[in-house]
Design a binder for this molecule. Structure first.
Ligand SMILES: Cc1ncc(COP(=O)(O)O)c(C=O)c1O
Length: 395
């Protein structure tokens, strides 16, 4: 079908919840995508940070296909080897203790919130269930995670939202202190606010939040849905901040393209959720975990993580090197980058990138966000950079 034919059918049969680009994609290879009309793109989006090892990755496809032939799904009433293996790798590579599997970022955050509230209930009884999150954060689209998200625009229409969230300013420890009271059980943060505009938190602030959590026995909850699985040059971004979170949520890159999420807990709270307190039918299903194991086998290699840092520095250096007055800054870590531009100019710049064959994302009010596959080649980056240069330098 052509784009127009698909668009017509979509308008008729699919709920109109997404502002999509006017492109219908057909297939991909590495960091390249082709649309149904045969136009080729260099992809700097990786399905919003999901396809961390690119498209048509033989190792992921091989692992999931072999597992699907063996056993595609069983319920969590039975053990399977791929699930236990994924949990073991996540723990041994992160220093965390135990894992619960879910299916998406929002669902992982729901699990993280439930865990924090039960920890507090178990230790202090009812009435200590509030969670402090940051303004400008993003934690998901369920009724609870919308409210955890510290942006007023997400607190519309779907009332009543889950109670028990308070908000504080990023990089302002006094603001966090002021938001904490005797009802608080946890502080929940992204280390780089992704959807909010690719805004890394200051290391001093993050360490001060950790110290406050220890002082008040609050759980430190880190949302690594976007920053996790090698995206910033370490398996998890928290490993660069020198902190010890109590709970870490993840999703996106973990399945390399298959839907999966997970919550990891530290020794302090890894046995809080017991039988009957939390569950999900598809969580940790063997086909998806086989894919996750293939992803982790690659992404946990020190040389691979080093290459993510190097590629991020290469892209950032080249983009800043354009010397374009349209670029105010390039921020982020590893291959999670935000090119900061004038708010009013952004839509046209993004459109020009797409027209010339580079797919990019936006974030916050004024960032053009790049989340390329982590194994993007230097040739693919150079091709994308040549086009970005034309766009930003008006060539
Ligand atoms: C930091 C963060 N948390 C949670 C989510 C929600 O994840 P999902 O869309 O898989 O529910 C996202 C999605 O972009 C995210 O970036």
């Amino acid at each position: 079908m052509t784009y127009n034919e698909l668009k017509q059918q979509e308008s008729r049969y699919v709920m109109n919840t997404y502002g999509r680009f006017p492109i219908a994609l057909d297939h991909g290879e590495g960091a390249q995508l082709w649309d149904v009309e045969g136009k080729r793109y260099i992809d700097l989006t990786s399905g919003i940070g999901v396809c961390c090892l690119g498209y048509n990755n033989e190792k992921i496809i091989g692992a999931m296909t072999r597992q699907a032939h063996k056993l595609m799904h069983v319920s969590n009433l039975f053990l399977t080897e791929p699930m236990v293996q994924t949990a073991k790798t996540l723990c041994t590579q992160s220093g965390m203790r135990k894992v619960f599997f879910s299916n998406s970022g929002a669902e992982s955050n729901e699990g993280m919130i439930k865990l924090a509230r039960k920890y507090s209930f178990d230790h202090y009884g009812a009435g200590r269930a509030e969670i402090v999150t940051l303004y400008n954060s993003f934690h998901g689209r369920t009724v609870t995670t919308l409210k955890a998200t510290g942006q007023e625009k997400f607190h519309q229409y779907f009332f009543p939202f889950t109670e028990g969230f308070a908000y504080a300013q990023a990089n302002d420890i006094d603001s966090v202190r002021a938001a904490v009271n005797e009802h608080t059980c946890a502080v929940m943060i992204e280390l780089i606010q992704g959807e909010g505009g690719v805004l890394p938190l200051d290391a001093d602030f993050v360490r001060a939040v950790e110290a406050l959590c220890r002082e008040r026995d609050l759980l430190l909850l880190i949302d690594e849905v976007q920053t996790g699985i090698g995206r910033t040059g370490t398996l998890f971004c928290f490993q660069q901040y020198g902190i010890h979170p109590d709970v870490v949520s993840m999703a996106k890159g973990l399945g390399g393209g298959l839907p999966v999420g997970a919550v990891m807990a530290a020794e302090s709270c890894c046995d809080v959720l017991g039988p009957g307190t939390h569950a999900t039918t598809f969580g940790g299903t063997p086909t998806v975990c086989a894919a996750a194991n293939a992803v982790l086998a690659e992404v946990t290699r020190p040389e691979f993580l080093q290459s993510v840092t190097e590629k991020g520095a290469y892209l950032r250096g080249a983009i800043l090197g354009f010397g374009s007055d349209k670029i105010q800054d390039v921020r982020g870590r590893g291959l999670m980058l935000g090119i900061v531009v004038e708010e009013d100019a952004r839509a046209a710049l993004v459109q020009q990138c797409i027209d010339r064959g580079v797919l990019v994302l936006t974030a916050g009010k004024n960032a053009i966000r790049l989340l390329p596959p982590l194994n993007i080649s230097y040739e693919e980056m150079d091709e994308a950079l040549a086009i970005l240069k034309q766009v930003f330098c008006g060539e």
